[in-house]
Design a protein around this ligand. Sequence first.
Ligand SMILES: Cc1ncc(COP(=O)(O)O)c(C=O)c1O
Length: 414
Amino acid sequence: MDLFEKIAANRGPLGSHSHYAHGYFTFPKLEGEIEPRMIFRGKEVLTWSLNNYLGLANHPEVRKADADGAAQYGMALPMGARMMSGNSNLHEQLESELADFVQKPDCMLLNFGYQGVVSIIDAMVGRHDVIVYDAESHACIIDGVRLHAGKRFVYTHNDMESLEKQLQRAKRITDETGGGILVITEGVFGMSGNQGNLKGVVALKEKYEFRLFIDDAHGFGTMGATGAGTGEEQGVQDGIDLYFSTFAKSMASIGAFVAGPESVIEYLRYNMRSQIFAKSLPMPLVVGALKRLELLRTRPELKDNLWTIVRALQSGLREKGFNIGTTSSPVTPVFLNGQIPDATQITFDLRENYGIFCSIVVYPVVPKGVIMLRLIPTAVHSLSDVEQTIKAFEAVAEKLDKGLYSKTSPVLAN
Ligand SMILES: Cc1ncc(COP(=O)(O)O)c(C=O)c1O
């Protein structure tokens, strides 16, 4: 069969909806400054779908640092991969400051989080080693695991009994092969808002020999007394062997890092294919990241503001009877019962009639018959934004209960 014909016949689980979804439900364009209120198709909407947790995206000091970095260095510097010709003092300074911030001896910058995680996993394990990972892991972990030539076992999300069972299976294999075990989970799970049970995982280290790699994309800057992440929050930062975060969320930028012992980071510098064979992070991003990190360190009020909004939103939704699952982080899911056509109509109604823009998640990410609206509170939302949103949610939930959405014809975007 011709590959292009095959693709025309099957556009994939998301692509098969593109004929009506593109530009509205998928690939929407949010315009204007990155703030709670932005413009969607010419109208103002209150946005709850940007991972701008600390509100740094449009912080004047950050905007200035980004602009100054670009003016001083341009986007080209440094040219080449870090190892060949793309290193700089500022890259090394950022690595050293990040390592201090997450309480690890050393750190390495990565160009992208997704590619970074895939490549860290690829570099850390060989065919004699075994990976054990949480079932609800982000795609970057799953894809890293896919590259692995050895055995891998998945444990039920956050279930320590299941993890222990899989560790026993892993150990039987490594006893034979002489390999090691890498356990991988997330600090904060970006869909449910659940914290990974890092304390439980670390406790198993006494019984089983393994190394722990944490993707803390949503926990970095938002969790823990100093913002050092979910390990700090749970008092087990030392038990994390390799700590990863992207700059795409609290840092409101592009790039990522991995932190850990000097010898391991040194190994990764010389063995991570996504970094060895790719151009180094451009200087303006490094300059901008240094400024963002400074604000994380010196402006605790940013995290305090975020949590004021998180608490108001989550307790307000619970008080009105909404099911927000088991979140213990800023990520706020709202679970409703309904089908995919209800979900598209709710999204449309929220955007067009209540001015609320949030992400909507349906099967297969959540079970059939469940609709998940996902809200990401930020430090720059206000309590009146929270109030407006809860009122809108009450109104759409009532319409959903009365079956009003299913009775109207599906809304098609143009
Ligand atoms: C848990 C998690 N890991 C990794 C990534 C990928 O990071 P990046 O956007 O820097 O590729 C994301 C999303 O951004 C994420 O949510």
